[in-house]
Design a binder for this molecule. Sequence first.
Ligand SMILES: Nc1ncnc2c1ncn2[C@@H]1O[C@H](COP(=O)(O)OP(=O)(O)O)[C@@H](O)[C@H]1O
Ligand SMILES: [Mg+2]
Length: 316
Amino acid sequence: MTEKIISILQTEYGINCLSLISQKGGWSASAYKVSDGVKNYFLKAYELNRASTPKLTSMIDIYIPITIWLNQNTKLSGKIPVPVATKDGNYRCQDNHAIYLLYEYIDGETIGDDELSDEQVVQLSDMIAELHSFSSTQIPCDSLKIREDFALPFLQPLKEHIIQNFENLASDLKELLKGRIESVEKLMQRAEKLSHYLIKNKPKMVFCHTDLHNWNLMQSKNILILIDWEGLKVAPPEADLMFLKKKPYYKCFLDIYQEKHPDFQVNSDAMEFYLARRMLEDTWELAEQLLFDSQNEESRSQTLKYLKEILDDIES
Ligand SMILES: Nc1ncnc2c1ncn2[C@@H]1O[C@H](COP(=O)(O)OP(=O)(O)O)[C@@H](O)[C@H]1O
Ligand SMILES: [Mg+2]
């Protein structure tokens, strides 16, 4: 594995890798700190044998150019990751093991389980207000493919593999789902209803990050950096605000946000749609791992634990 990565860094990027350290990445990809003795890089490797990889990598060529444009032309400059191109000018490369993305290394601390300080809330609010000030016509990149369509593509597989196939599920998964299926089905129906409603009513759409949580925020010197832009979309602002709704600083966030968007009012249907969709999507992604990925015992029990947390959320 290490040799493969060293080789791809050399052939694709012309980087002579002197040190390669495995990093604690997110759940979607493996991550490495790369150094050539002069500069540090952050390498994300999406393993081809993971069920989530096709979905997580399909939009790379769409969202990376937009983040570059944002970095060069907006107040987000210096606050978002800088991708490194291959010798051929691509922002991804691949071998028979994984799809790779290389970034400049950010020296800093991931917020993770910590709470945001008042200063960080101000910076986050300024960043999101800036991002939300752009609609698709204002950025000279193709964004049609990342336009929100209010689709619920995981409802069908959820129905098919979990609800209709309930009796044949592995016993640990079955045990966990027992008595909780009804609330999942109810949420599915509500999400479908809201989806139809939003398609019909066409709310205003802006660029949104759509994965705003503290593991995607890093503090580097005195700057808060928003990372992990693979969910970039043109969507109603609630696609981002849904992550902040339950935070103690939500009101403070909105006050700052509204300085830039004085006429903004939360669309409660869009908000409810995003909260519901996220829970259902998480349910499916975790179920998908349990159904199809080859996991060891430890990672399976971790996945079951996450799934239980979401199902508990759905019930309440
Ligand atoms: N450019 C970077 N430099 C240093 N660390 C990074 C960089 N990008 C991400 N990280 C670290 O790796 C973790 C996972 O990265 P992220 O892009 O969020 O991947 P995932 O899609 O797996 O969530 C982050 O929480 C952060 O700690
Ligand atoms: Mg992440």
